[in-house]
Design a protein around this ligand. Structure first.
Ligand SMILES: CC(C)(COP(=O)(O)OP(=O)(O)OC[C@H]1O[C@@H](n2cnc3c(N)ncnc32)[C@H](O)[C@@H]1OP(=O)(O)O)[C@@H](O)C(=O)NCCC(=O)NCCS
Length: 183
């Protein structure tokens, strides 16, 4: 059985990062990150452009945590946890299969510094050891070379290609799935 009780919220730490809950005071960063065209290019979700949009995103993240349906962390500067580089977490749980889908994004100012590879290790450790996952799955747009690099370097294996799996803004989108089993 998965342990989907996230109260108190599990703060995670790595060498350079602190991973904490996204709260309402983070609205400006949520707009900066979830409103950024480049960061959202391969994420089929509407961009958060206004304070209202950002509050909607934060409410969705908060409800996901309290209902045990998802858990997302703000990826912060460990020296200044008010500064958010990006957001990462388990965006869906599949309790029957002891599986979760992982998702992550950074503002482009923070790309190429190895932050997601660093954060993913802590998030996976929490997933396998605390949530008791057996399998983590990641789904990417096949054009998203940067995301594929992160997964392959982190020992995810290609599982399947789903063609025209979903439609977003009138475009039929393919998805590549990558998986990692608990060791
Ligand atoms: C995919 C992503 C999370 C990678 O995180 P990261 O912390 O930057 O990962 P890395 O530091 O390991 O960099 C990965 C690759 O990004 C590329 N990259 C780095 N900086 C870049 C930049 N400024 N512009 C374009 N590509 C860049 C590099 O090719 C790098 O690979 P390399 O190490 O072989 O040079 C990040 O690019 C991102 O947030 N993208 C937008 C959101 C997104 O697509 N999320 C995934 C949805 S499935």
């Amino acid at each position: 059985m998965l342990n989907l009780n996230f109260n108190p919220f599990p703060v995670l730490r790595t060498q350079r990062l602190l991973l904490r809950q996204v709260v309402e005071a983070d609205v400006p960063y949520v707009i900066k990150i979830r409103g950024n065209e480049e960061a959202m290019r391969y994420i089929p979700r509407p961009r958060a452009k206004t304070e209202e949009d950002a509050l909607g995103v934060i409410a969705m993240l908060t409800n996901g945590i309290s209902e045990g349906k998802s858990i997302n962390w703000a990826i912060c500067n460990a020296q200044n946890p008010n500064e958010i580089y990006g957001i990462m977490g388990y965006v869906n749980f599949y309790p029957q299969e002891l599986k979760a889908e992982i998702g992550y994004m950074l503002h482009p100012d923070y790309w190429g510094k190895g932050y997601v590879p660093e954060a993913i290790i802590a998030v996976e450790k929490f997933g396998f050891e605390n949530i008791k996952l057996e399998l983590i799955e990641a789904k990417i747009d096949p054009r998203n070379d940067n995301s594929r690099k992160v997964l392959l370097r982190n020992n995810y294996q290609f599982d399947r290609l789903m063609q025209k799996e979903m439609t977003f803004e009138n475009e039929a989108l393919d998805s590549e799935y990558y998986i990692k089993h608990r060791m």
